[in-house]
Structure formats: C-alpha cells, structure tokens
Design a protein around this ligand. Structure first.
Ligand SMILES: NC(=O)c1ccc[n+]([C@@H]2O[C@H](COP(=O)([O-])OP(=O)(O)OC[C@H]3O[C@@H](n4cnc5c(N)ncnc54)[C@H](O)[C@@H]3O)[C@@H](O)[C@H]2O)c1
Length: 349
C-alpha cells in the first residue's frame, strides 16, 4: 500500500483542484480539508473523494465561484443560502457566522440550504471549537437509508459532529454518521478489494441484513443501533433540511455520486459560548475529569484500554504527520487515473 507524506498529498490535492478549475482563492482550504481528514485517519472522506468532487465540478453540479448569501438573521439565528457553492467554501463561512452570533448572544445557530458536500463533519464542529465555543455540525444526505422496519430508503446517512474547546486543540470530538457507518466506508472496503462487509452495516432491497459486498453496494445502509438510529437520522433531517427551509429528502436531495444536478443538501452549525455558563478554564477542567472518569473503566476482555470520541483520530494524526498517510491500492489507482487525465504529477509514494 503506498504511503505518502501529508505535505506531498496536500500538494497533489492542490494541483488536482487547480487543474479542475477551482478558483485559486479556494484551493488551499479545499485541499486542507481533505488532507486534515486523511491525517485523522477518516480515510473514507479524504482524497478517496477527490475523483467524485472533480466529477461534480466537471459536470457543472457545483457553482465554483459562489460563496452564498445570508437570507435572514434574527437574534442568535441565521438562514443561509449556499447557492450550490463548494461545501468546503460555504461551510466555514457559516461556522464563522455561528461563532459571531454566539459571541454576541451566547449561542449561534446557522442553517444553510442549497449546499454541496462538505466532507467530514468534524472539520466544521472543530472550526467552531478551535475558536473557543462548543461546536456542532450536522448535514443531511441523499436517501440511502431505510427507516427502521422499512425496506425503502427515506433518510440519508445524516452525520453529527460535536467538538469541545481544548487548550491544545485535542478535545473530545464525536464525528459519526447516523447509520452504522458512512457510505464511503463501504466504498473504502470495496477499494481495498474486500468481498464482504461487517454485519450490521447493510441490508438488501428486501430489508434482509447482508454481509456480501455486491449485495450491500446495491442495497441500503442500516440505521445506527436500529430504531434509535432512525430517530437520530430524522432528528438531523429536522434540524437541517426542515429548519433550513431547503429540500428535505426524496428526489430533491442528491449525493456526491449522483449525476446531473446540484446536491441541494442542508447544513446546520451551532456554536455555544461556554463562558456564559462558567469560565472556559473551569469547563475544560470538568471535561478532563469526565474523560478520565470514563477512561478509568476496566477494559473489556480483548481490549487494553477505553477510548473516548476523538482519541483514535488524534493518535492517528500524530502518527501520520510523522510517518505519512497510507493510501489503499484501489484509491491510489483512482488517483493515478485522475492525475493522468488532468496531467498532474502523482506524489511520491
Ligand atoms: N458529508 C456527508 O454527507 C457525510 C455523511 C455521512 C458521514 N460523513 C462522515 O463520515 C465519516 C465517518 O463516519 P462513520 O460514522 O462511518 O465513522 P465511525 O463509525 O468510524 O465513527 C467515528 C466516531 O467514533 C469514535 N470512535 C472510533 N473508535 C472508537 C473507540 N474505540 N472508542 C470510542 N470512540 C471511538 C471516533 O472518535 C469518531 O467520533 C465522518 O467524518 C462523518 O462526518 C459525512
């Protein structure tokens, strides 16, 4: 499996995005979003998605120069129209509005409609927590998930990310789909050449759980933890699509791999000013205590320790900064194809 230095992979992403026509002013933030995601080992949403983003750009499904506009602002609440701009461009603008509102009122909530794919949700919750606020990022996605006890898709993989401020930017960070895993994880296994998927990930079109890769790819993703995942997925849809006044589901919202029109997904960003409750330092001490308390549980048989959300990714980031980012053979092949087509040099592996 090729291993690439993160700086080389970043340069490659920059070159690909530039060759695809992404405006010069947005290339760096887009490339950073991808490489930061790979650094944290969320490989399903790093450069693996680059060919899909390029495809969308080439087919004209994103408005490359659009930054969106504020439709309405009232107290702590703001409604944004992303006008099909790149998700990696409009999401930080919305985060910064949420931070501005939270600084003024204690809390800021921004709903955005007519959005494109913003990648891994942690990027945006973490942008808010890096500014000293509790950050929450949500988005809806194309229908790939049946509601519990259903066999037809009605929900997306609708991720939730929550990130808390931390003095060394290494705080508790939850980032998860409301399905057992994100669709790109299935794709990731396929690109690794796997022919089976873990149980609990997918069901066939009759609603029968499957571990066969070919059936899973034609089937549907299962809600996280049964009916509770259905509830969480719907909660995200309410707080994004319904509240943003955008398209809610069905044929209006499409995915990164669907072709022919803008995705029209919805994003929601929430910033909470901890200082309105207690000094930030006190909150951080209480977080340290909570994390230590949780981690003090004796590990279950077969495990050596208890981890909390964000911990595996911080560790991966430290390791990958030093030792490079491993790229699955199938992903490397797709990047080679992209590089050849766009006449861009592949990074050294
Ligand atoms: N943009 C979109 O449309 C979209 C849609 C769905 C998912 N996503 C993204 O897909 C990515 C993957 O989501 P997923 O649900 O497949 O991820 P996942 O199943 O790997 O879960 C990741 C979460 O679990 C935590 N975790 C992992 N191992 C742990 C352990 N041993 N102990 C405690 N916590 C642990 C991680 O810190 C992280 O918060 C996320 O970045 C998500 O935002 C994006």
């Amino acid at each position: 499996m090729p291993v690439v230095a993160h700086s080389d992979l970043y340069k490659f992403a920059e070159d690909v995005l530039t060759a695809s026509g992404v405006p010069a002013g947005y290339v760096a933030q887009f490339a950073s979003a991808l490489i930061e995601t790979n650094l944290r080992s969320v490989d399903s949403h790093g450069v693996q998605l680059l060919p899909h983003y390029v495809g969308q750009i080439e087919r004209g499904e994103v408005a490359l120069h659009a930054t969106g506009k504020v439709l309405k602002e009232s107290g702590a609440c703001l409604v944004y129209d992303a006008e099909h701009g790149l998700g990696q461009v409009t999401a930080p603008i919305c985060c910064d509005h949420a931070i501005r509102l939270a600084a003024a009122t204690g809390v800021g909530i921004v709903t955005a409609r007519e959005c494109s794919h913003f990648g891994a949700a942690f990027l945006w919750a973490r942008r808010i927590s890096d500014a000293g606020y509790i950050g929450i990022a949500l988005c809806d996605a194309s229908m790939q998930v049946p509601p519990w006890q259903g066999r037809e898709p009605r929900l997306g993989t609708n991720p939730i990310s929550v990130s808390v401020p931390h003095p060394r930017h290494r705080g508790w960070l939850l980032d998860m789909a409301t399905t057992t895993v994100a669709y790109a994880k299935l794709e990731q296994l396929k690109l690794k050449g796997e022919t089976t998927v873990p149980s609990g990930w997918s069901q066939d079109r009759e609603g029968v759980p499957t571990t066969d890769m070919a059936t899973a790819l034609k089937g549907l993703l299962m809600p996280l933890g049964g009916y509770k995942g259905s509830g969480l997925g719907m909660m995200v849809e309410i707080l994004t699509g319904v509240l943003a006044g955008g398209p809610v589901f069905g044929t209006q919202v499409t995915g990164l791999r669907h072709q022919g029109r803008p995705m029209r997904v919805n994003h929601t960003f929430l910033a909470i000013d901890v200082e309105r409750f207690m000094p930030l330092e006190q909150f951080q001490e209480r977080m340290e205590w909570l994390i230590e308390e949780v981690k003090s549980a004796a590990p279950a048989k077969g495990y050596s320790e208890v981890l909390v959300a964000g911990e595996p990714e911080w560790r991966a980031e430290e390791h990958r900064k030093e030792n490079g980012i491993p790229i699955a053979d199938g992903v490397w092949q797709s990047l080679e194809d992209l590089a050849r087509r766009l006449n861009v040099a592949l990074p050294a592996a």
